[in-house]
Design a protein around this ligand. Structure first.
Ligand code: HPA
Length: 268
């Protein structure tokens, strides 16, 4: 199915950008600002899972940001919606077949590190997979990658350096930390957050890790940036999806400026 989807996309566009960005709905403005756009609704692509959310989510957009070609995946599906790990990573696989080299993942996360605050952008330096699944389970397709991929540098040290210096130049404060991926959709309990802090997590979230694993499997370099939309359970009064969305929107400007600045610098 991934090869069928890749053939379909090749028939729509001859050359594919070497960098892709996965955006949440809060950052949709980034895609709107691209030039020379081609918009392909997910529902038109064979096998591509379509998110069940309102708004503009659910589109693949290619275009040029400044002078840098980029593919934007606007909207993603999650394990907690009942999608399989293979469906959650379908788009990354397909872009990998089209020659993707750099993948930028963005997400909303709860802040576990007490030095964080809502609205802060955090560069993910490593992760802890607590989702109880792995998209590489099952027979390995040796044409895509190795059976046992190395995850020692799952988040590209070179891309992290690029992001650090871009943030510094722009005067945007960024944290760095370890992202713990949970299945969701319930938020964590305060006891779970104490446990996560003990095992070395700075952020809690429900996405990103399956995509990162598949990208590493295919030799695609990953940069991942969290927006701390709330402090984690037990560290603030209560948690709500409404707050996650509102804080995400409020911090979108900084994230978009950061992405726009670092994008042209990713290719070696
Ligand atoms: N926990 C897990 N995922 C999240 C959170 C959280 O507190 N906030 C936004 N996504």
């Amino acid at each position: 199915m991934i090869r069928q989807a890749a053939d379909f996309l090749r028939s729509r566009l001859n050359t594919w950008p070497s960098t892709a960005i996965v955006l949440g709905s809060a950052q949709a403005a980034f895609a709107e600002a691209l030039e020379d756009k081609t918009v392909i609704p997910y529902k038109d692509i064979p096998g591509w899972p379509v998110p069940a959310v309102e708004g503009h989510a659910g589109q693949l957009i290619t275009g040029v940001c400044g002078t840098t070609p980029v593919t934007v995946l606007s909207g993603r599906v999650h394990l907690y919606e009942g999608w399989t790990p293979q469906q959650v990573t379908f788009g990354i696989r397909v872009l990998g077949l089209l020659g993707l080299k750099n993948l930028i993942l963005t997400n909303a996360a709860g802040g576990i590190n007490p030095k964080y605050h809502p609205g802060l952008l955090v560069l993910i330096t490593d992760h802890i997979n607590l989702q109880g699944s792995n998209p590489l389970c099952g027979p390995n397709d040796g044409g895509l990658g190795p059976r046992f991929p190395d995850m020692s540098r799952a988040y590209s040290p070179a891309h992290l350096d690029t992001a650090r210096s871009a943030a510094k130049e722009l005067g945007i404060p960024v944290g760095e930390g370890v992202y713990a991926a949970l299945l969701g959709p319930s938020f964590e309990t305060p006891a779970e957050i104490r446990y996560l802090r003990t095992i070395g997590a700075d952020l809690a979230g429900m996405s990103t890790v399956p995509e990162t694993i598949v990208a590493n499997h295919m030799g695609i370099r990953v940069l991942a940036i969290s927006t701390v939309t709330n402090m984690a359970a037990g560290m603030q009064k209560e948690l709500s999806h409404h707050e996650v969305l509102e804080t995400g929107k409020a911090s979108a400007g900084n994230l978009i400026r950061l992405l726009t600045t670092l994008l042209p610098r990713l290719d070696p």
